[in-house]
Design a protein around this ligand. Structure first.
Ligand code: SAM
Length: 175
């Protein structure tokens, strides 16, 4: 079980990147995204994708991140904050893989400093600045059990049939 916590989303600037963080987490097997800001537009966009493309990924708007972390830990979950200042991912991949309830935290511009204390791991995806979308993608791919790209999304209105050229999409009407 993986849940993603998105901190610091600024509705006027980060819509696209937060949407991409959510889509990437969903693709790679997260059960949902907690948004520590108020942006119902993001919720609507992602819920629309889930409705059309299947699965049961959820989005929780405007969460109190400290409360979510407290509750997650109380239920035995662990917290992995992605930050370029942390321990490099290859050093902790095996530990993260063993964890069966993991909250992955990413920031936007600046994260509240207490997140470094609240996290069980502060993990760098390479010690260079880049993107929260890339950080989520690489981390989730490396800690996945099996092949995350072959996951099927149930209850989809639309399903792509992979093809060498062109586009093939099935519409599942009435499902
Ligand atoms: N300047 C910000 C800071 O010092 O915290 C980071 C901005 S970065 C665009 C936004 C988010 O991307 C970070 O909060 C972190 O979660 C993620 N990120 C960027 N580079 C990363 C790296 N090398 N390793 C892990 N996460 C990274």
């Amino acid at each position: 079980r993986i849940v993603l916590l998105r901190l610091g989303h600024r509705p006027e600037r980060d819509k696209r990147i937060t949407t991409h963080v959510g889509l990437t987490a969903r693709l790679l097997g997260a059960e949902g995204m907690l948004l520590a800001s108020d942006d119902l537009g993001i919720v609507q966009t992602l819920e629309d994708v889930v409705r059309r493309w299947g699965g049961d990924f959820y989005i929780k708007n405007n969460v109190n991140f400290k409360q979510e972390i407290r509750e997650w830990k109380a239920e035995g979950g662990k917290v992995c904050h992605l930050s370029m200042y942390g321990v490099n991912l290859p050093a902790v991949t095996d530990e993260l893989k063993k964890c069966d309830r993991l909250m992955i935290v990413v920031g936007a511009e600046k994260v509240p400093p207490e997140i470094y204390q609240l996290a069980d791991w502060n993990v760098a995806v390479g010690s260079q600045p880049h993107s929260e979308v890339a950080a989520v993608a690489i981390t989730m791919d490396r800690i996945a059990d099996g092949e995350p790209l072959e996951k099927e999304f149930r209850g989809a209105e639309l399903t792509i049939i992979p093809t060498k050229r062109g586009k093939q999409v099935i519409e599942n009407i009435g499902d």
